[in-house]
Write a protein that binds this ligand. Structure first.
Ligand SMILES: [Mn+2]
Length: 343
């Protein structure tokens, strides 16, 4: 069903000059590569699928390249667009490269080197906080947007492309995964306005929910149990810490997901969740969540990562126990300093 509305939801902020320049880059390009971040999530992949559909409707040739494959729970997006996994070598000849849902170039893994060799213009479409020197030719950024998919919805409207099934499914996937199905604090009026508009255009929320959240393997709950067996509370129960080693033979894997984070953040007293998983011997992946004033972006930045104030992450070199000790020490110190500022 076509969307006949041409005006933005009342909750949509006005377009900035930088965003208008980004729109001009998109409008002027004819061959476009869309790049995602490592272990691409629903916001990254959904935004890529939707922007690919938008640009194809404008007659452009588009390729999607990611450093890692599509997670099985998001495989339905592969019926709408083709996701290439980058295996080295040159990207297809293109005049514009768009980075979706990240702004630190190394987050696109080995693709970063190929982008560096390409003479194309570089554009970021993102909602993460960025600290440093801009390295791009254009940026469509709003750090208050609940998802990068929200920005793709705005871009479609501003380029005069009405919603279709592919755009709607991609944007909806982006929004529901980044807001935890509308329950995280980033969920705002524009998020609901767009979700309503997408549902009116034919998106069916229940099958998408079932696809993403109700196809776990039978070992998934055992992986959650293994993670929870590592739970410790520190700072008088205000910080929950899980450090998950690589599975021993016969032990259940725990696929990426928010299940453990959500369970721990649901504990009344817990303000900060630190979930550390060993990804190989000597590398630890941190997922940090907050439900109060504690800024986990600041914490993650201290370990070379980043993200948002209430959800961030980092990939940290070191043994699991040693990384855990450093993180807990930093989190306890930040908890104390957050309080002295608040007072
Ligand atoms: Mn995102």
């Amino acid at each position: 069903m076509a969307d006949t509305r041409d005006s933005a939801a009342p909750s949509t902020p006005p377009t900035t000059a930088a965003q208008r320049q980004a729109l001009a880059l998109l409008a002027g390009a004819s061959r476009v590569v869309l790049c995602g971040h490592m272990r691409p999530d629903g916001d990254c992949l959904g935004s890529q699928a939707a922007l690919c559909a938008v640009l194809e409707r404008l007659g452009k040739t588009v390729w999607i390249y990611n450093p890692d494959p599509v997670q099985p729970q998001l495989d339905y997006l592969e019926r709408d667009v083709r996701f290439h996994v980058y295996k080295g070598g040159e990207l297809p000849a293109h005049d514009l490269a768009v980075m979706l849902d990240f702004c630190e170039l190394p987050r696109t893994g080995a693709i970063a080197a190929a982008l560096g060799r390409a003479k194309s213009k570089k554009l970021i479409v993102d909602h993460h906080l960025f600290h440093g020197e801009p390295w791009w030719d254009g940026a469509y950024v709003d750090t208050t947007a609940s998802a990068t998919g929200v920005l793709v919805r705005r871009i479609a409207r501003e380029l005069g492309v009405t919603l279709d099934a592919r755009i709607a499914r991609g944007v909806f996937t982006a929004i529901v995964t980044d807001t935890g199905w509308f329950k995280y604090s980033n969920t705002d009026a524009e998020t609901f306005a767009i979700a309503g508009e997408l549902t009116a255009s034919g998106v069916e929320p229940a099958p998408i929910y079932a696809s993403i959240y109700q196809r776990n393997s039978r070992t998934q709950p055992l992986g959650v149990a293994r993670a929870l067996s590592r739970l410790e509370y520190v700072a008088d129960g205000r910080i929950a810490v899980v450090d998950l080693p690589l599975p021993a033979p016969g032990e259940a894997e725990l696929p990426d997901g928010d299940d453990v984070l959500d369970l721990l953040r649901a504990v009344g007293r817990v303000e900060v969740v630190l979930f550390l998983r060993e990804v190989d011997s000597g590398t630890v992946k941190l997922s940090a969540r907050s439900k109060g004033a504690f800024d986990v972006n600041r914490l993650a930045r201290g370990f070379g990562g980043g993200g948002h104030a209430k959800a961030s992450g980092a990939t940290i070199g070191g043994a699991l126990g040693e990384v855990r000790a450093k993180l807990v020490e930093a989190a306890v110190a930040q908890l104390a300093s957050t309080e002295s500022v608040a007072r």
